[in-house]
Ligand binder design. Structure first.
Ligand SMILES: C[S@@+](CC[C@H](N)C(=O)[O-])C[C@H]1O[C@@H](n2cnc3c(N)ncnc32)[C@H](O)[C@@H]1O
Length: 235
């Protein structure tokens, strides 16, 4: 999968892209990320990419031209067509189902807004999928971009080893009715810590009993923490 990111703050990305599973995925050729500075496409002397909003009000608005030119040039850098994504708190809420859908794309183009956001006209022309990472407002679309890159990368074939497989994670589809339950709790050594013992069943070596206990925990956790997930799978 190829991922291109358009941002005014490319310096925010290296720490995330160069570490952990992201670095492994890049080294293994599973994900190829390219971060582009929109400012390079500014067609004015001072590399201006934003201006005051028509109608007044606080803050600045990202201008159409630099972003439009950046999208056209960056898309032409590879023959594969892109699924365009614009991060905005007003978009479709990102969840694991959407992550799975986007992880199947060959190429993503992520557009990170900043300041008050982007001139609506260029968004209208580009027709991206508008994605929100939750009902709160961040300073820019850079963190949402990194979130999505991380979430789609770990779903690429061969990125996670057996030990950290994504299939058992919370929100991953399980069973015939595609339940998306929360995962069961985890424990590791020591067997007792601050008077809390690990559940006996996990030390029993009885794989069937462990599987049944985990299933029970998943149901209990989902029912108490996220009953909406159970409602979704019965509908
Ligand atoms: C300060 S926000 C602008 C918020 C905008 N004025 C509004 O009220 O809808 C600047 C940029 O951060 C990004 N952003 C902020 N919160 C976000 C969220 N919850 N999900 C996705 N992107 C977000 C978007 O790219 C947005 O253009």
């Amino acid at each position: 999968m190829r991922i291109d990111v358009l941002t005014l703050f490319p310096g925010m990305f290296p720490g995330v892209l160069d570490a952990s599973i992201q670095a492994r995925a890049a080294a293994g050729g599973h994900v190829d990320c390219h971060v582009h500075d929109i400012r390079k496409w500014a067609d004015n002397k001072h590399d201006k990419v934003d201006d005051r909003p028509f109608g007044g009000g606080p803050g600045m608005v990202m201008m159409c031209q630099p972003l439009w030119d950046a999208v056209k040039d960056v898309e032409a850098m590879a023959p594969t067509s892109c699924r365009r994504i614009h991060f905005t708190p007003q978009g479709r809420r990102l969840d694991q189902e959407l992550v799975e859908e986007l992880a199947r794309e060959e190429r993503l183009l992520l557009i990170a807004g900043h300041y008050e956001g982007i001139d609506e006209r260029v968004i209208k022309e580009l027709e991206p999928l508008e994605v929100s990472v939750g009902d709160y407002v961040l300073t820019g679309g850079e963190l949402p971009s990194m979130l999505l890159i991380d979430a789609v990368t770990r779903l690429q074939d061969g990125v996670l080893g057996h030990e950290d497989s994504a299939a058992e994670d919370s929100f991953s589809p399980r069973g015939e009715n595609r339940e998306r339950l929360l995962e069961a709790p985890h424990f590791t050594r020591p067997r007792t810590w601050r008077d809390q013992a690990v559940p006996d069943v996990l030390l029993s070596g009885d794989h069937e009993a462990v599987a049944a206990w985990r299933r029970d925990q998943m149901m209990k956790r989902t029912r108490s923490r996220r009953p909406d997930l159970l409602e979704q799978c019965t509908n």
